[in-house]
Write a protein that binds this ligand. Structure first.
Ligand code: UDX
Length: 439
């Protein structure tokens, strides 16, 4: 099948490369000529395991190319995916200007029957909006269909998630369009759900908001655990054995970041309100999440008797492991609070440091976790990268000015660290009475 994918960001590039690998002819379109050039040279503009090899293979075998020419690509293709960004406006409502622009360009270039598939995360009703824009701008009276096909991939495992999605949702009112998209996805042999446009559009937001709710829920439980001497890790484990609850997304910590959850929950709250319904459920999910970094820094400040001129070392900056993405990363907020309170900050992340340097150029960036620990009054685990799992804490203890460890992701065994002489703080993991005052 001949496919155009408009917007070569995370979703677009990964989708394009995977469809090419399944034997389709794919054109990736982006307005950024540098990005297009990089893709055509086999360089991916994002860090994503497995993507480079897949891109290079499909370029070599001439199943994929990139261009800035949307009209030209659209004319050649039967199916056009829209995978452009929908950044939030000030009020949390997604900005649909890029979706609108693409729809207009598709309308103007329409030269035969096309299926326009929306993969960008958009509020319910956007499919109809795209349909109207194309109708208004088409120069020739060709037919077309609009399909909603939400994307559920996670950063860091985007290629895997695209090859093995839990489900494929296809929303359209025309069975002819649905059949074509089913055909496209058939080689993946994954469960497919064919439904109407608004249902498909809601599925994406409802799923992300629910996952975000699970995270905020367990974080609220973690706060209670801390007050009463309970351990949230065990609470979550026991809850997770109940298949109606499930074990995933119950890790208490610094809360959720990234390009999806914060933005999508805000957008969903906005949509709900727009239709006259009460958004407070989603607002509470966001409020709990927003408070996490502030609360965490308060704990550090309490332990160190204030943060002025204290040295705090951060392990991990990315919003989660296996990505260089720092969008809405908890590290940004933690850094802001630490600096506001006068701390000196040292930090290390295996891949996200260049991105963070653009926001905080003046903190000390280190080459390893051990360098971060040098002279630190507190060491803070922010992102649970694999390389932080087996650190030599005896060595770290000797490097630090004071052995205080704040574990923002409950990665470490509290007992082991306390035995080694650390003061250990985990989220929602109260110290047992016998080990109070750690050191
Ligand atoms: C998410 C959804 O998982 C994906 O389906 C959707 O398409 C896009 O949004 P992503 O943002 O890549 O994917 O990351 P994810 O792995 O879901 O983690 C999101 C955030 O939640 C991270 O900051 C992570 O640290 C945090 N998180 C996750 C928790 O704090 N606790 C958990 O139990 C799980």
């Amino acid at each position: 099948m001949k496919i155009t994918v408009v917007g070569a960001g995370y979703v677009g590039l990964v989708t394009g490369v995977v469809f090419a690998d399944l034997g389709n002819e794919v054109i990736c379109v982006d307005i950024d000529a540098h990005k297009v050039d990089a893709i055509n040279k086999g360089r991916t503009p994002i860090y994503e395991p497995g993507l480079d090899e897949l891109l290079q293979r499909n370029l070599e075998e001439e199943r994929l190319r990139a261009t800035t020419d949307l009209a030209g690509a659209g004319r050649e293709s039967e199916v056009i995916f829209i995978t452009v960004g929908t950044p939030p406006r000030e009020n949390g409502e997604p900005d649909l200007q890029y979706v609108d622009e693409v729809a207009r360009a598709i309308g103007e270039a329409l030269n035969g029957y096309k299926i326009i598939v929306n993969k960008s995360t958009v509020p319910v009703g956007t499919g109809d909006r795209v349909r109207q824009i194309i109708e208004q701008h088409r120069k020739e009276p060709h037919e077309f269909d609009v399909v909603s096909n939400p994307e559920f991939l996670r950063e860091g495992s985007a290629v895997h998630d695209t090859l093995y999605p839990d489900r494929i949702v296809i929303g359209t009112d025309n069975p002819r369009a649905a059949r074509k998209i089913v055909e496209l996805y058939a080689p993946l042999e994954r469960p497919m759900l064919i439904t109407n446009l608004p249902t498909a559009e809601i599925i994406k937001y409802a799923s992300n908001a629910f996952l975000a709710l699970k995270i905020s829920y367990i974080n609220a439980i973690a706060d209670l655990c801390e007050r009463v001497g309970a351990d949230v890790v065990q609470v979550a484990k026991a809850m997770g054995y109940d298949p109606r609850i499930g074990a995933h997304f119950l890790q208490a910590g610094l809360g959720f970041g990234g390009s999806c959850f914060p933005k999508d929950v805000k957008a969903f709250a906005h949509s709900v309100q727009r239709y006259g319904l009460d958004p407070s459920l989603y607002e509470t999910v966001l409020a709990i999440n927003e408070a996490r970094p502030r609360q965490f820094v308060q704990r550090i400040a309490e332990r160190l008797n204030g943060l002025r001129d204290k040295t705090v070392g951060l392990l991990g900056l990315a919003f989660k492991p296996n990505t260089d993405d720092i969008r809405e990363a908890r590290s940004i907020e933690i850094m802001r609070h630490l600096l506001q309170e006068g701390a000196q900050v040292r930090a290390y992340d295996p891949v996200a440091m260049p991105n963070m340097q653009a926001i905080y150029p003046h903190i000390t960036y280190c080459k390893s976790a051990y360098e971060v620990a040098e002279g630190a009054d507190a060491l803070v685990l922010v992102t649970e990268w694999n390389e932080f799992k087996q650190l030599n804490f005896e060595r770290i203890k000797h490097l630090m000015r004071q052995p205080n460890l704040f574990d923002g992701r409950n990665l470490y065994d509290p007992q082991r660290l306390r035995k080694l002489g650390f003061y250990y703080y985990g989220i929602g993991r109260a110290e047992p009475p016998s080990s109070q005052n750690g050191l």
